[in-house]
Design a protein around this ligand. Sequence first.
Ligand code: HPA
Ligand code: ZN
Length: 337
Amino acid sequence: MDAALRSLLQQMPKAELHMHIEGSLEPELIFALAERNRVKLNYPSVEALRRAYAFTDLQSFLDIYYAGASVLLAEQDFYDMTWAYLQRAHADHVLHTEMFFDPQTHTERGVPFATVINGIHRALQDAHDQWGMSGALIMCFLRHLSEEEAFATLEQAMPHRDKFIGVGLDSSERGHPPEKFARVFARCKELGLHLVAHAGEEGPPEYIRTALDLLKVERIDHGVRCLEDEALTQRLARDKVPLTVCPLSNIKLRVFDKTADHNLLKLLDAGLTVTVNSDDPAYFGGYVNDNFVQMFDALPLEKSHAYRLARNSFAASFLDGATKQKYLEQVDAFFDR
Ligand code: HPA
Ligand code: ZN
């Protein structure tokens, strides 16, 4: 890729719509927080922990991701983690971010819901005050837990209803189909929350269909396996259902063997509203710009694709119409230079 395209990818205005804040916890910060909170880690050093990041599938990653999150105890820990991500996102010209958080990973360990959300939310406010960056939170239910536990989490979240805009579904996909959470998603819809779900990452295309039909989600997180089902692909294109694709995550979790095998260009060619995101940047080898650069290096993607992806990132966001329009105009102005 030439230097001009690389610099364009890095500097173009973009939104990030699929990033788990607990997945932005870098090994150095994990060790610093472990020391601050006197939490014992099963790894002797930062290097040893980083060496353990050799995943074979989604579950092998999740095991280490939940272990890493065990060092988060105080509100300031959640603030520090979020602030570190926001600084990196700002450097990558992310103007708007919709971040996932996993409250159950913390409440299960006795950390109060308020501690989690207040720390994350305060960092988002500071990013807005300092750089004008906009941000919002999407609370994810862990799909390996029960629907009853998801309902209990929703209950705990209600006093903080003004601090998050939607709910999602993450963790182990296989064996935990969307319909397991149909009633809690119906309740969230009644509450006026935005709805998204991870589907078609490791799970079959059928999970994408049931996420749409039974959970009524507005976006699909990952969704890369949709291409195995032509009718589904056509439906996603026709209805402009956004897919929040995370290329480096897909490589690290062996959904595709190598970057050149990724189906990002095929998804774009199928007319889908694709966005590029980092998922769990501390674990998968890069933040959002690394995802763009590595895909454009590996696939025959050009400036016109960059323009589409930058526009899609804002178009697929849950921003209000006027703010969305303002960002889209910023993208247009950037590409018209
Ligand atoms: N998939 C499912 N659950 C997750 C992921 C993911 O990529 N990252 C964090 N939780
Ligand atoms: Zn994810």
